[in-house]
Design a protein around this ligand. Sequence first.
Ligand SMILES: CC(C)[C@H](C(=O)O)[C@@H](O)C(=O)O
Ligand code: SF4
Length: 475
Amino acid sequence: MGKTLYDKIYDKHVVYSGEDQPSILYIDLHLIHEVTSPQAFEGLRLNNRHVRRPDLTVATMDHSIPTTDRSIPFRDDVAKKQVRTLEENCHDFGIRLFDLTSEHQGIVHVIAPELGITQPGQTIVCGDSHTSTHGAFGALAFGIGTSEVEHVLATQTLKQDKAKTLAINIEGELPKGTSAKDLILSLIGKLGHDFATGYVIEYRGEVIRHLTMEERMTVCNMSIEMGARAGLIQPDDVTFNYIKNKKYAPKDELWDDALIEWRSLYTDDDAVFDKTVDFDVSVVVPQVTWGTNPGQVAGITDVVPSIDSLPFDQRKAGEKSLQYMGVSSNTPFEEVKLDKVFIGSCTNSRIEDLRKAAKIVSGYKVADSVTALVVPGSQRVKRQAEEEGIDQIFIKAGFDWRESGCSMCLGMNEDIVLEGERCASTSNRNFEGRQGKGARTHLVSPEMAAAAAITGHFVDVRNWVTREREEVRSW
Ligand SMILES: CC(C)[C@H](C(=O)O)[C@@H](O)C(=O)O
Ligand code: SF4
């Protein structure tokens, strides 16, 4: 029987397998950030251990850092301590760190791909659940806990049981005005937020092959929001062209060797998955979440659901979500008003996302009732946007244009949504309190967020370009 892409990568990295315990996998790349690494280094110090492969460990600071002027001292003592500790640890253990002064700093899942550090066939771990993002390159990438971070630092290996495999065949044609974000949100909506628990997903099919690398990253990023251990996409020429000439990509003969190896990374025709799902995207419309998990989502043309309209087993959770979100059943989404708009996060803060949002914003002004911010995923994305004049489009419209980081995605810095406020966000989680205590989050695509910032409420972005400017103003 043939092997799946997952089997191939997993099997190649097994360094020990015993009957009675999980296999031990070799880890090719360990990404670390300031939030989940301090205790792991503390553990190393206590046990007098060193980092086994500092050269395969890469650090950045992203979660708790301010996104305003970097020359101003930190106001938050906890954040300051986390950042200082990461600096000290990287210095003491000889680890490459992209700190706040680095031109390569940014969200961990944005910078590793854009620097060519993420490569097909690798095993990649990070003390962060959205490590699944890197699966877009055909790498087996997943989040780990802090004690596992310590284990990987000390040994460059990790105990890991084999997961079950789930093939999601995505066919059809993504309709105009919808995006990779709508694709993954509607998929989670259809399957449920825990459908893939215990599985590694391989996204397959025509639609996936036609996505850009940045779009593939958006899809894989949210695998974890379906409960999956990881999400994978078979690498192809789109992948190789993206990596080629990146700073840390293999060069010359090493590139040729790498290509030969990467081209062997595919699921054999006769491989069997534990579970298979087909998904036709032709009917996808722009998505808006209405609840407190990403599976509680609907199309912009729908109304906020009533409890009775939900499947029986989802009614209790649905009722609680609706209460928290403060939205009434049967309200059309286009009537839901917003206080904040956040364009950013490791799901949607790359240059293509900012370009798409800027296209919507161009020539308009943010609604008086809305505070809107754009937080590029990395310093590189920020520079690129500034070179293209995208920053000016946002600034002229009244958006805040910030330094790179996680920011309002989880509100670990000053960028928070206040209690009771409602935010359209391009991030990946709408959990209770995610963007601040009592904050209400609606997940959307960058285009939908941009349009909502202008009108002050959700709008169907598919109509945006066809409407006259004056009409849009009066919405
Ligand atoms: C802080 C970190 C551990 C966390 C994660 O694991 O994902 C964060 O990145 C998130 O998105 O919730
Ligand atoms: S941007 Fe959000 S989801 Fe991504 S790593 Fe940061 S906090 Fe987690």
